[in-house]
Design a protein around this ligand. Sequence first.
Ligand code: KDG
Ligand code: MG
Length: 402
Amino acid sequence: MKIVNVKVIVCSPGRNFVTLKIETDEGIYGLGDATLNGRELSVASYLQDHLIPCLVGRDPFQTEDIWHYFYRGAYWRRGPVTMTAIAAIDMALWDIKGKALGAPVYNLLGGKSREGVLVYAHANGHDISETIDEVERYRDMGYLAIRAQSGVPGLKSTYGVPRDHKYYEPAERGLPSESLWSAEEYLRHVPRLFDALRNKVGEDLHLLHDVHHRLTPVQAARLGKELEPYHLFWMEDAIAAELQDGFRLIRRHTTTPLAVGEVFNSIWDAEQLIREQLIDYLRMSVVHGGGITAMKKAADFAAVYHVQLGSHGASDLSPVCMAAALHLDIAINNFGIQEHMLHNPETEETFPHAYFFRDGLMYPGETPGLGVDLDEEVAARFPYQRAYLPVNRKEDGTLFHW
Ligand code: KDG
Ligand code: MG
């Protein structure tokens, strides 16, 4: 089999997605997600201008060699643009391989290690009582694990909380908006949120929280300690991910489990954290972590240290990535949990898929390959629109991590 044509499809069914489609001389094609939120066209260009010319004519079964060709062969390694582009190619090749062999991709990765994939939903509210309502709404939908975020009194916007009571989407069309941050207000508020939540929903539901990189190590240690009575499934991105030694300090002070890695793009971003067992869950995703080939190896490395996979699955990762993640999640032994932020109806229409949710778990489906498609006619109705993630400032105007 030979690759005969490769195209990059950029569409915006409510938000931007970049999708790679690799076509072969046997009529089989594969899809890969290449979406890098707020920087979409840089990956489209990296693929179009630099990788695709080297891909045409190759055997799509050579996932390992092709991965190294683009990783080592570029000389310039790692980085979100490079690794997202490589990931898209890798996902599409696994999709082709599965279709050609008549096998769902999970069967090529070791088969099912479990019946279904535990997922967590997002409950966001402007205040504690709204967040509790949202948690109960998701629990009633059957979710067994729910991430809870709430507006912080005194701050006009908070990460994870929609401005108008609509669906939360991290990127906004137009130029970046700005939000204001106060660690003091936040640190006072979050333990109150989880105290109220545990009182309302009891101990059985898994509760998670995303700090979104905004604390110093000592602040994160304090928060982790104060959240201990509420038994969180995890505290995510407690500090800036590049501050790896900081995790040692957090670890020393709290038994709240720690998750990090949605901004990582290679195992080298997480190697120390895993080897020193400073984290419990690795959040790297198939789309930003170099594809199925790279993520399988990262998961196997993490398994040696009993670190589990809890990969990123926000709505800016397309259904193609969601499908790839579910195939990997169901196959590996050290799976922990998968994020599942619902896609909007336009996205669902653009990307028909075999994966589904039932009673708190997700299933990749039995379709050969990844089991996800892109309806190009529907995609054409939603052309690209420039959009950015917000930026974040401290109350005195200092630019800070969003
Ligand atoms: O593109 C960035 C978003 O995916 C991210 O902010 C969402 O933190 C996030 C999460 O945990 O889903
Ligand atoms: Mg996050």
